[in-house]
Design a protein around this ligand. Structure first.
Ligand code: DI6
Ligand code: FE
Length: 407
């Protein structure tokens, strides 16, 4: 017996079954013990639905996708940056603000002052906005603490989000995000702290699933980034990188040498960088919210990534400075309108490829027997509608680990 069986479903399995979206029209999906036990044609069921499961629901032709995965966020932080937004509208640039001690560093000040309860309650509002659109897995980075204790506190806050909401949380240590003011002019000393104290402490407490860095002319260079990656490797943690966002630093090629799960942003990615990512199997995480909000004009080289067969994910980059976004559907719309990704690529980017970017492809991101029963059920006629509308939410219900959690 299955726990629950949904019939009358149109399944966007996001598997390579020869159909766009891996679609199965007139499908059925069953779960048992939180795992998908059947995903296929209704006609392939071995008996009458009522005989097969404790609970049976007819979805009346609604579409079912894997629960959406937001694979790159900075949604735990203190304060906000609305005042800075106004300054940018008056002409200040993102890089100038950071170099003048604002930008990321103003969020660092607010985050250092916040206790864990304040960090959690602020983040929950953003988590809830994501969950309202069918998100079931969220990656959360540190990087606004920039000292041993505050970085760990951010990650503890992130982990707690997963206890408070029906979501799978993956945490990433981003100690090398910006140079904290007390290390001004001493970036290498700060990297000593990251590698010698902060990262080992975080690893010892089991607080991070991966390690990230901001490799950029306003942040850390490739030599400093490589020191962080080497330490991560020693500790057995996979790496990812904010690479080639504002300039070409050669970060993607470096990350690929460390077998990076993903390289993210990539507005300035080169042919060599793309080739290295393809060889390493690194996912390209597209962040159109940051591109839009910073009024960037260098579109990431989508055609190059396609030709090189680099998998592409799509994420919010939810953060207070460059992408105050809590709608993954809007990011899918922007991936299509701004980056010319197809709606199918955009949905793959928030399901199977996002799972890959988190090292979770074996268990999440597609509708297949044996995978986690994380589902989003939509009131739509075709999957392209998930990208098509702007600011409209067609979610009917969310299922997390086999349980209906909304709808
Ligand atoms: N790139 C980004 O887009 C975010 N971090 C990064 O390295 C922005 C973070 C912020 O501005 O607060
Ligand atoms: Fe980011």
């Amino acid at each position: 017996m299955w726990d629950t069986l949904w019939t009358g479903a149109r399944l966007a399995t996001m598997t390579a079954n020869g159909q766009p979206y891996g679609a199965i029209e007139d499908g059925a999906l069953a779960v048992r013990d939180g795992v998908i036990a059947f995903a296929g044609l209704r006609s392939a069921l071995s008996g009458r639905p009522e005989m097969l499961a404790d609970a049976v629901h007819d979805l009346e032709g609604r579409w079912v996708t894997p629960g959406l995965i937001d694979c790159h966020t900075h949604l735990v932080y203190g304060g906000d940056r609305a005042a800075e937004f106004e300054m940018r509208l008056e002409g200040a640039t993102y890089s100038e603000l950071l170099q003048a001690g604002g930008g990321i560093l103003s969020t660092v000040r607010a985050t250092r002052q916040a206790d864990i309860d304040q960090l959690v309650s602020g983040a929950l509002r953003r988590v809830d906005a994501l969950l309202a659109e069918g998100v079931t897995t969220i990656e959360v980075k540190s990087g606004y603490g920039l000292d041993v204790e505050a970085e760990a506190r951010m990650l503890r806050a992130a982990r707690r989000l997963g206890d408070l909401r029906p979501a799978t949380i993956r945490t990433t240590f981003l100690g090398a995000h910006a140079l904290p003011p007390e290390f001004e002019g001493r970036a290498d000393d700060y990297i000593d702290l990251v590698c010698g104290d902060a990262l080992p402490a975080v690893a010892a407490e089991g607080l991070a699933d991966a390690v990230d860095a901001f490799c950029e002319n306003i942040a850390f260079d490739t030599v400093q980034t490589e020191r962080v990656f080497a330490k991560a490797r020693d500790l057995g943690l996979p790496v990812k990188l904010h690479a080639e966002q504002l300039s070409d630093m050669g970060g993607a090629a470096l990350a690929a040498r460390y077998g990076a799960l993903s390289c993210d942003h990539l507005e300035f990615l080169t042919d060599e960088g793309a080739a290295a990512m393809a060889a390493a199997g690194s996912v390209a995480v597209m962040l159109p919210g940051a591109f839009y909000f910073l009024r960037d004009t260098n579109v990431p080289p989508i055609d190059l990534l396609r030709r090189a067969r680099v998998p592409m994910a799509v994420s919010t980059d939810c953060n207070p400075g460059s992408s105050p976004a809590t709608s993954l559907l809007l990011m899918m719309n922007m991936a299509a309108t701004l980056f010319r990704m197809t709606p199918e690529e955009a949905l793959a980017g928030t399901t199977c490829e996002a799972a890959r970017a988190l090292g979770m492809a074996a268990t999440h991101g597609t509708l297949e027997t044996g995978k986690a029963a994380d589902l989003a059920i939509w009131d739509i006629e075709r999957p392209a509608e998930l990208c098509y509308r702007i600011g409209f939410n067609p979610l009917h219900a969310t299922v997390r680990a086999g349980e209906i959690v909304s709808g």
